[in-house]
Write a protein that binds this ligand. Structure first.
Ligand code: GDP
Ligand code: IMO
Ligand code: MG
Length: 432
């Protein structure tokens, strides 16, 4: 099988970018299938002959681009703010990463405009105390335009008159809904004519491109963005993003059938974090939470917001495993637990003393759950230099074993630091 998928298993920021960077060395194509520049994937890479570590932050572009032989594709299920696309590309070029001729975007990809971003902010204000805490990148409003069949796609950019006409209508409708806000509609139309010329060489029919590559035996790596608990259907709705962040979104976002998918890898942080509003049953508003924030540098890559932190939640992970069917897992940031005397792991939720099956859909029900934890001993030792399972302390191996046994899924990679080299890889089956 030539398609491998990397997906976030919790509420995002699990460390997907780092695994994608490591794997992309063996792949011809790295594709994004959903989301937009709400994502923030940080990778730390040794560059040049002196192997000086450089940090890259990817938002809209696939992280696999950091590998010079990998081609990046932005699939049809993504929403793209074209000025941000170029800003990110220019920043990469400036950092010495030449992407010429190896970055493409689907002609079916929907466009995010500045007015979508303005509306994102207005919607949040309207929600007041129950705001989602979005990234304000216009993601929700752009997917709304798409779902209401009034959105503009990349191919529309190349028929200027139709583009202008549809664009005016779209903005007008927003004014009707939100009242007039400052926005230079005609100026934008002119700006997008220029952006269209610049974007043209990047635009492809991604269905034809990907299927041709697959038929030639090329290997495709799909980089998930956001994560399972932020999925529009299976996350903590409405405190979610507006796309399908699951394995289903890989098929719909890239136009590939499930049969083509070989390995699905779930990325799971050794504790839990989430950015923005919404329920978080294992959140720790205490010294433990502060420990994760400070030691784990838990600040958003996209918005700089402090991430909320808590213990690992295996009820969430069971839900995640059922939906995405991970073949294997990458446990990340295990090094952040090094100094703890004891480590707690949530294993069930009770309501009125009774265990509930699954993760509740109703947030009011979720608010009532009592979380049951298992406490495991810490290892009180740095694992930063470990590169094999045997080099990890016994209690650390036990923590990994506990998660594997509970979920019934093998943990194949273990992150012990932010750098590319800081990964323990279990011996055994490689990615197919
Ligand atoms: P993503 O959105 O899933 O790609 O994750 P982010 O990049 O938003 O957040 C993960 C952060 O943790 C980044 O700053 C990574 O460099 C860092 N990171 C990833 N894996 C590890 C790890 O195993 N240990 C440590 N200490 N940091 C890691
Ligand atoms: P990566 O790919 C963490 C969260 C936002 C907000 C909610 C909706 O880096 O893991 P949106 O702007 O998408 O409408 O915001 O979703 N969110 C993320 N949180 N990591 C992400 O991406 C996220 N993408 C969206 O914080 O709560
Ligand atoms: Mg992130």
């Amino acid at each position: 099988m030539s398609v491998t998928v990397v997906l976030g298993a919790q509420w995002g920021d699990e460390g997907k970018g780092k695994l994608v960077d490591i794997l992309s060395a063996d792949f011809d194509i790295c594709a994004r299938c959903a989301g937009g520049n709400n994502a923030g994937h940080t990778i730390v890479v040794p560059m040049g002959p002196e192997k000086i570590e450089k940090t890259f932050a990817f938002h809209l572009l696939p992280s696999g681009l950091v590998n010079p032989t990998c081609t990046g594709i932005i699939g049809s299920g993504v929403v793209v703010h074209v000025p941000s696309f170029f800003a990110e590309l220019d920043a990469l070029q400036e950092q010495g990463l030449d992407c010429t001729g190896r970055l493409f975007i689907s002609d079916r990809t929907h466009l995010v405009f500045d007015f979508h971003q303005i509306v994102d902010g207005l919607k949040e204000v309207e929600l007041g105390g129950s705001s989602i805490g979005t990234t304000k990148k216009g993601i929700g409003p752009a997917y709304s335009s798409k779902a209401s069949r009034s959105g503009l796609r990349v191919h529309h950019l190349f028929d200027h008159d139709t583009f202008a006409q549809k664009f005016r209508k779209l903005v007008e409708n927003r004014f009707k809904r939100y009242g007039y806000f400052e926005y230079d509609t005609e100026g934008e139309i002119v700006r997008y004519q220029k952006l269209a010329d610049r974007l043209k060489p990047y635009v492809i029919d991604s269905v034809v491109y990907i299927h041709k590559a697959l038929s030639e035996g090329k290997k495709v790596l799909v980089e998930g963005a956001n994560a399972l608990m932020l999925d529009i259907d299976f996350g903590t709705y409405p405190f979610v993003t507006s796309s399908s962040t699951t394995i289903g979104g890989v098929c719909t976002g890239l136009g590939i059938p499930p049969k083509k998918i070989g390995t699905t890898i779930g990325v799971i942080k050794a504790y839990t974090t989430r950015v923005g509003g919404g329920p978080f049953p294992t959140e720790q508003l205490n010294d433990i939470g502060t420990h994760f924030q400070e030691v784990g540098h838990e600040y958003g890559t996209t918005t700089g917001r402090r991430r909320r932190c808590g213990w690992l939640d295996l009820v969430v992970m069971k839900h995640s495993c059922l939906i995405n069917g991970y073949d294997t897992l990458n446990l990340t940031k295990l090094d952040i637990l090094d100094d703890l005397d004891e480590i707690k792991v949530a294993v069930k939720y009770l309501i009125d003393g009774k265990e509930i099956s699954g993760f509740p859909a109703d947030l009011e029900e979720l608010a009532k759950v009592e979380v049951v934890y298992v406490t495991l001993p810490g290892w009180k030792k740095s694992i930063a230099k470990a590169r094999t399972i045997e080099e990890l302390p016994e209690n650390c191996q036990k923590y990994i074993g506990f998660i594997e046994e509970f979920l019934g899924v093998r943990i194949e990679w273990i992150g012990v630091g932010p750098g590319r080299e800081s990964m323990v890889k279990k011996q055994g089956k490689a990615v197919e």
